[in-house]
Ligand binder design. Structure first.
Ligand code: NAD
Length: 414
């Protein structure tokens, strides 16, 4: 492909969620002119007023500064630009028989919208976590829609590795993999990321970059499954799993991760299935790890129900609803699954303490679950179940817990 002049003066970011919004506002504060595109009118209006619709430390300051500088505005459809970054969802498809198949329809829709405004020499970057071959599919979509652009656009995949809660820092500091549909696409994308990344940038092809992201999260999932399996074995033997892990990790080549109530979030609980879906026979270990982690919330529910069995009208309080500490993100949250199942299966009063949300999801509120403060929980609960290790929970005075049954799936009070 012929290298053409492109100084990234104008960048369109498709999808203004947890990944797209920090990326768009970071680029704008680095002097690029950025148009953020989202299909949600509410999100577009919120951002244009300098506000944000998600919880992420320091993102409010970054967005306000980007919008106030005049370098960023939000729109509902893309405009002509030099570079297009696609950061739209890649969830599961709702299908009978294969409920864990990846849904790339959002990526395809974004690619079609971008294709309609592309010009020769433009760069299109896929940031969404995607099944192998999706970046090449984007190029196909572009060429199907705009045959005259064949060989004249750059297309690359740059998977995102940021940790929610630390996105702004990690956007800049993390190392990155960039895989192009050809070498010049990868090099072109590197030029862009070099304008705001301090981490090292490693170039590869798009299929390797796609699989690398899926492998990173599968690696984490398999290791967490190992810890979760240990926690259930230890429980049966009345062995303290936290003490066990502390001791085995004294071995110079052992590093067992911490167990929890399951595995949640939009990445680790989802991405390994993209590998299993594509390689159902070969991906045995990855599938088993997913199954172990998916089973853990039900194991926690059984444990709570057993503890409540002899109690009269007990109050069960679950600490945390989000999928991890210090965020508001409830997607694929094992805590949400546990609270939902407890509300369905138990006649107890079920309460939740979740400092990062102001109201419960409708399904929980309709099921009679109450959102309470930590002080109310300490005063009223018979069973306290720690599901998320939010900072606010770590400072609870252990004296206040003495009169209740405590089920601590995160080991925060050890
Ligand atoms: N959230 C994370 O921590 C994280 C980390 C690494 C990678 N990823 C990946 O990044 C991608 C985006 O994730 P997210 O968490 O930002 O999702 P999100 O749901 O927070 O945001 C996606 C946004 O895209 C918008 N959208 C949907 N279709 C669109 C379209 N056709 N055009 C424009 N906008 C559209 C949605 O309205 C939404 O606001 C996913 O593939 C995810 O797996 C996420």
């Amino acid at each position: 492909m012929k290298f053409m002049h492109n100084r990234f003066q104008k960048i369109v970011v498709m999808g203004l969620g947890y990944i797209g919004l920090p990326t768009a506002s970071m680029l704008a504060t680095k002097g690029h002119h950025v148009v953020g595109v989202d299909v949600s009118r509410d999100i577009v209006d919120t951002i244009n007023s300098g506000n944000i619709h998600i919880v992420e430390p320091d993102l409010d300051i970054l967005v306000k500064s980007a919008v106030n500088s005049g370098n960023m505005q939000a729109m509902m459809s893309p405009v002509e630009a030099d570079t297009f970054i696609i950061a739209v969802p890649t969830p599961f498809k709702v299908t009978v028989g294969n409920p864990k198949a990846p849904d790339v329809s959002y990526v395809e829709a974004a690619a079609k919208a971008v294709a309609s405004v592309l010009r020769p020499g433009n760069l299109v970057i896929l940031e969404s976590t995607s099944p192998v071959g999706t970046t090449e599919r984007i190029y196909e979509i572009i060429v199907e829609q705009r045959p005259e652009l064949q060989g004249l656009v750059y297309v690359a995949h740059c998977p995102e590795r940021v940790l929610p809660g630390h996105i702004i820092r990690e956007l800049v500091d993390n190392d990155r993999i960039i895989g192009g549909i050809d070498r010049s696409s990868a090099e072109k994308a590197r030029e862009l990321y070099s304008t705001f990344c301090n981490g090292s940038i490693y170039l590869s092809d798009s299929r390797t970059a796609e699989l690398a992201k899926l492998v990173e999260n599968s690696y984490r999932d398999v290791n967490i499954a190992f810890a979760n399996e240990l926690s259930m074995i230890c429980d049966e033997q009345s062995i303290d799993v936290w003490e066990l892990i502390r001791l085995v990790n004294k071995h110079p080549r052992v590093n067992v991760l911490r167990p929890g109530p399951g595995v949640g979030g939009h990445c680790i609980a989802v991405d390994p299935w993209f590998i299993v879906n594509a390689f159902p026979e070969k991906a045995q270990l990855i599938r088993t790890a997913r199954e172990v982690n998916d089973a853990k919330p039900h194991w926690v529910v059984d444990k709570v129900l057993k503890a409540a069995f002899d109690m009269v009208n007990p109050v069960i309080t679950c600490l945390g609803l989000s999928y991890k500490s210090d965020v508001d993100d409830l997607r694929e949250s094992p805590a949400l699954e546990i609270v939902t199942e407890l509300a369905e299966k138990s006649s107890a009063t079920v309460c939740v303490v979740e400092p990062h949300i102001s109201c419960l999801p409708d399904s929980l509120a309709a099921g009679g679950v109450r959102l309470v403060s930590i002080d109310e929980a300490l005063a009223e609960s018979d069973i306290m179940v720690v599901l998320v290790d939010h900072r606010d929970f770590r400072t609870v005075d252990p004296e206040g817990l003495k009169r209740m049954v405590v089920i601590d799936t995160r080991g925060i009070w050890k």
